[in-house]
Design a protein around this ligand. Structure first.
Ligand code: UDP
Ligand code: MG
Length: 323
């Protein structure tokens, strides 16, 4: 029952094909938060699941559990955005439905929020179960990302996080379609704190973030947050042009002006060939990068809504509340 003296927590959970784990997950989530002295509302965002996840979460719907149903699969980042936009709580907590973000840590997050932090970030602290390859992959991902981008990611920081109402209100105003929720929240600033948690293995099914998706995500986040790649290739172009200029001068002096005392026997055609191949490579690479920026701008100027909700299948929202 709703108690007006208590603060409200909203819990946003993106769901994509989690039929095998959602009930178990929901039980542990409800168990963890109902012991806390807060009113809570769980919002399951069905992100175009193709199994019977929607059916299962619709059955769970109650006073404390609502269902926001997107019209198709938009991806986790956008599902989270839709959920946060529809959350009304004094604090909003986002977590994955696959059991990798243990609900028992919500209590710690809320405690840190009560101590004054606007954002409490879950940081994965043990990676025991992860293979050498996947931890190497994540090191490379964070390393590359932090090098290339203006935004910095703390290694191991996850989407498992709590944000204050004030942060959510600002977050909602950010409407870029190429988005990474964590980065946008990090960009917003505010006072932050961290909760270290031990990640668990995915309970059922496969992680749907394939390598390809992760790489795409890194690239689009990087491009939407910084023009550094453009500079990188521009710099490479400058270095290669300067080196070839230097080489050109050396050959000019050694071979043409002082008559090849070192017996290099450069032919002009060979030099020219190498030079042209180098330069063509550079031009192609920088064009590739430029086209990524253009596609980003293109995406932005379309001004499409970043998600579409299926009103008929959503539960627990009045029609004015759905946007
Ligand atoms: N998810 C989603 N839309 C997608 C892919 C995933 O809403 O297109 C949800 C998924 O149900 C889970 C969370 O996002 O609750 C994390 O997904 P996953 O475990 O596949 O990714 P990872 O653990 O690699 O971040
Ligand atoms: Mg997962």
């Amino acid at each position: 029952m709703k108690n007006n003296h208590k603060k409200n927590l909203s819990i946003v959970v993106p769901v994509f094909n989690e039929a095998d784990s959602i009930i178990e997950f929901n039980d542990s989530l409800v168990k963890s938060i109902s012991s806390l002295p807060y009113n809570f509302k769980i919002i399951y965002v069905n992100d175009g699941s193709t199994d019977n996840s929607l059916e299962i979460i619709s059955k769970l719907a109650s006073e404390n559990i609502s269902v926001l149903c997107l019209s198709r699969n938009f991806g986790k980042e956008i599902a989270l955005t839709a959920g946060i936009s529809h959350a009304k709580g004094d604090a909003i907590i986002c977590l994955d439905a696959d059991g990798q973000h243990p609900p028992k840590y919500i209590a710690d997050m809320v405690a840190k929020w009560e101590q004054g932090s606007d954002i409490v970030i879950g940081v994965r602290s043990n990676n025991e179960f992860r293979s050498f390859i996947s931890s190497l992959k994540s090191k490379i991902f964070y390393g590359l990302f932090n090098y290339l981008s203006n935004d910095k990611l703390v290694q191991g920081s996850t989407d498992f996080r709590l944000i204050d109402r004030a942060v959510a209100d600002e977050f909602i105003t950010l409407n870029e379609p190429d988005r990474m929720t964590r980065l946008l929240i990090d960009w917003l600033g505010f006072d932050r704190d961290y909760v270290y948690f031990e990640a668990e293995e995915r309970k059922h099914g496969q992680a749907t973030y394939s390598n390809r998706k992760l790489i795409n995500l890194a690239f689009s986040a990087m491009i939407s947050s910084s023009p550094k790649p453009l500079y990188l290739f521009a710099n490479l172009g400058i270095i290669i042009s300067s080196l070839s200029l230097l080489l050109g001068f050396t050959v000019l002096i050694e071979q043409v002006l002082i008559g090849d005392p070192l017996k290099w026997n450069f032919t002009g055609t060979a030099m020219l060939g190498i030079l042209i191949i180098f330069l063509v490579g550079i031009v192609l690479m920088s064009q590739g990068i430029i086209s990524m920026y253009i596609s980003n701008i293109n995406n932005q100027t379309k001004g499409r809504p970043i998600y579409v909700i299926n009103r008929k299948k959503s539960i627990g929202f009045t029609s004015e509340e759905i946007y």
